[in-house]
Design a protein around this ligand. Sequence first.
Ligand SMILES: [Mn+2]
Length: 469
Amino acid sequence: MKIINKIKQFLNNCRRGGVLIEEGEYDFSGTCVNVPVDDASCVLRLGGESGKRLELYPVAAGVHANPNHRIWILVDPDRFFTEPGGYILLKPGVQWIIGRQQEMQAVAFQFPPWVANRHLLIEHRWDHLYLQDLKTDTGSHLTVHRDETSFRRVIDWREERLRQVREIFGGPLSPLPAEEALRRLQQAHLMLRATWATAGDHPAPAILHISTPIPILVGDLHAHTDNLLTLLTTGGCLSALEAGRAKLIFLGDAVHPDEGGNLADMTGSLLMMDLIFSLMMRFPGRVVYLRGNHDGCDEEISKRGVSQGLAWRKTMMAMRGAAYAEAMLAFYEDLPYIVIHPRVVACHAAPFVVKVNGAILANLRQYPGLLRQLIWNRLHRPACPGGYRAKDVRNFLHAVAGPSHPPLVVGHTPLDDHHALWMHVGGIENHHILYGGCPTTMSWITFTEGLLTAWEYPVEPLSERIAGR
Ligand SMILES: [Mn+2]
């Protein structure tokens, strides 16, 4: 009877959320605990005291002033601060099973064999975190810290990276004086030319081959500076760029706002290009910009009846002068359209809807109709009858990358307002759409131990924090 009572008590504890741990160490092997979240951070060890170490921190303390709505992040401290990924976001009401069963977790966290397939359940229950060891053989261990430094580790890390971005930009983040802006644009263009000049290619090749271990793909930013800052200041993105292990690949359309009252206001676009050119100068050859349909000044580039192409030209002329506008157009003319990496192929909008051969690909700039497909077309849907289909993705990959068929990633077409990433879109395996202009969430695709991984992070109003002098 006693044993039955004990079991009942244990089950009740679990149902209620288990033991309350305010501070200190606790071995919760085979049982469950909860941690009040207001000012805590946690160290978890999966597989007992000397097991795999993961750390739990709150993110965005400034934005989510109510601790019950705070988003938490579970990180592998050995990777999060050096790689562009390696974490799980815990949002209120959401439950995660942590363990080797999930391929992305196993790769992102490099779980050793003593971490079980289903090791731990974590749930963000608004005012506390609920953790349950799923009756593993090796157990789970928790340490709760309540000191300011531990609590603010991820928040302070971002602050530090923001200072680094400000230093790369060379001052507060606001549109540069005309002369300096032109200088950076011309420098960036020279660097772009240097990437192919050694091969003696003329004109600029439309297809760029790269082999950097970690490409980081960024979708259409549409002047959302905060989205770019969110990526740059999350985890080890800048560290990986600095170390030369990563390459930042913009899928085009960083300019022209896609929301708000004034679609002709191009101030944010000037700042966005200033920042991108500054990154190109700081990380020579490690920042790639593919051409998008908005990277131009033609009248036909429009949104909801506003010609953003004309507004862009007008703003560049007014704020930066004719030489700047001309230099920008010359830069656009030399941009690549397709990037090919052994593990991924990317372009702005779409694969061709016709078959092409090697001779055509070698002279792609002579085929404006094909270039147009790459930056303007969309996924086939009832509203887009001329769009591309699964067979076009297959044919395109075969033509540009041969029989290995790596995934194809494009930007251009947000499928709804609330997401920034669509995997295996339209039921097409290994075809993903990435959008960088979602105001609430920033997403990017990168590689972790050679495996394609996709990440998201809540967008914070970061630009204002480094805008002042
Ligand atoms: Mn586009």
